[in-house]
Design a protein around this ligand. Structure first.
Ligand SMILES: *Cc1c(COP(=O)(O)O)cnc(C)c1O
Length: 394
């Protein structure tokens, strides 16, 4: 079967459960921060596949690490140790300054694991009636059932009854709302340092300080979902570091292995012995390909000057957008290379305009935010090309 831009939609509609809405072209390859479709059209990628392709496309060190590992072994499962798992796990624990790590395969799975840790800790210490998890409205934590319930974007909950119990949603940066949700049944709160799907909404430091205070006093676990904001995206390893917090549990995924599926849960010392043998597991966790790839990513983003560059590039993009002085732009926000532009019209119309000119961007919120998640390694030339296109879109 020959795959063309023109027959993609038809093949999709005939064979696939239709849960996505892709534009009508087929990506064939990538290079730097650009991707190319099967007809050779070029697109600058300000999506990185939801922030996954953190090092862009064709990174030589990623390719080398993966090729070497392919010659060694592809899979050992959790029955056995493998070398990349031990090296990368130890490295991630070291750079994150957390106590222990658990590897899985996706963001939602990492969050499910975080909830299990918080609930087990609570039920061992306080009994079985203290399992409520607080999250924020407009939050996004994944699509499996517990993560789905933690997700505050209500439209995703419809139809899937009965829904798991024990989740409460409160408004972002509203400390009174948070206080009124806390009672003796609460075991954890989960926060994104910058909400991604919800509209690129950063947390206020003063809000987080108060939440942390309340959680410490009540022995409530503080979970940071860094699936989108983590791994250098905000100019730090994790976004919560910009807020000066030390979480109990951190989940991460997307950018960690630069394109190989992965998820990770990091815990503080206090939560490091909650799960024991048999309590959690996954067949593909700590897969050698994901692990060698993550090792390269961690090495690169933790190298001197890398985070500064992320912040500089982010500021450069924001400054340019600000100078456009477009009356369509309501707000410019975000941290590092995690950027949201709230618009007065429909974000998906701007997205389409940009795509027609060769720039891929994301939307967020209630179709009122244009979101940029370019590769962290994007060059200024690539940024300039993208900004030139954006100029005509606002
Ligand atoms: C994408 C995302 C998830 C879910 O990750 P998957 O790998 O798609 O399961 C969870 N939390 C946040 C903040 C995300 O952006």
């Amino acid at each position: 079967m020959e795959i063309k831009n023109t027959n993609a939609k038809e093949i999709w509609k005939e064979n696939f459960i239709d849960v996505y809405n892709q534009p009508e072209f087929v990506i064939e390859r990538g290079n730097g921060s650009k991707v190319y479709d099967v007809e050779g059209n070029e697109y600058i990628d300000f999506t990185s596949g939801y922030g996954v392709s953190s090092l862009g496309y064709g990174d030589e060190d990623i390719k080398k690490a993966l090729k070497n590992q392919i010659d060694e072994i592809l899979h050992t499962s959790n029955l056995f140790f493998n070398k990349p798992m031990l090296k990368t796990g130890a490295k991630l624990v070291e750079v994150s300054e957390m106590s222990k790590v658990y590897f899985c395969n996706s963001g939602t799975e990492a969050n499910e694991t975080a909830f299990k840790i918080a609930r087990k800790y609570s039920s061992e210490k306080y009994g079985n009636n203290r399992g409520v998890i607080i999250s924020l409205s407009e939050s996004f934590h994944g699509r499996t059932m517990m993560s789905l319930m933690a997700t505050g974007i209500e439209k995703y909950h419809a139809y899937f009854y009965p829904l798991p119990e024990g989740f409460r949603h409160v408004a972002i940066n509203d400390i009174e709302g948070f206080k009124s949700a806390v009672d003796i049944s609460v075991c954890a709160v989960i926060l994104e340092s910058v909400q991604g799907e919800g509209g690129v909404n950063p947390l206020d430091k003063s809000y987080v300080d108060e939440v942390v205070d309340i959680c410490r006093k009540n022995d409530i676990a503080i979970i940071f979902d860094e699936v989108q904001a983590g791994i250098g995206r905000t100019g730090k390893l994790f976004g919560y570091q910009n807020l000066g917090v030390k979480p109990d549990i951190v989940t991460t995924a997307k950018g960690l292995s630069a394109g190989i599926p992965v998820g990770a849960v990091l815990v503080s010392d206090k939560y490091s012995k909650v799960l024991s043998i048999g309590d959690q597991g996954t067949t593909f966790g700590a897969n050698p390909l994901a692990m060698v790839s993550a090792e390269v990513v961690i090495g690169k983003i933790e190298s001197p000057g890398f985070y500064d560059e992320v912040n500089k590039k982010g500021a450069y993009i924001k400054k340019f957008i600000g100078k456009l002085n477009s009356d369509k732009i309501v707000d410019i926000r975000g941290v590092g290379l995690f950027i949201g532009i709230e618009v007065s019209g429909r974000a998906d119309e701007i997205q389409k305009k940009a795509r027609d000119k060769g720039l891929l961007i994301l939307t967020a919120g209630h179709n009122d935010v244009v979101r940029f998640l370019p590769p962290l390694t994007i060059t200024y030339d690539e940024i300039d090309e993208a900004l030139e296109i954006l100029k005509g879109c606002f």
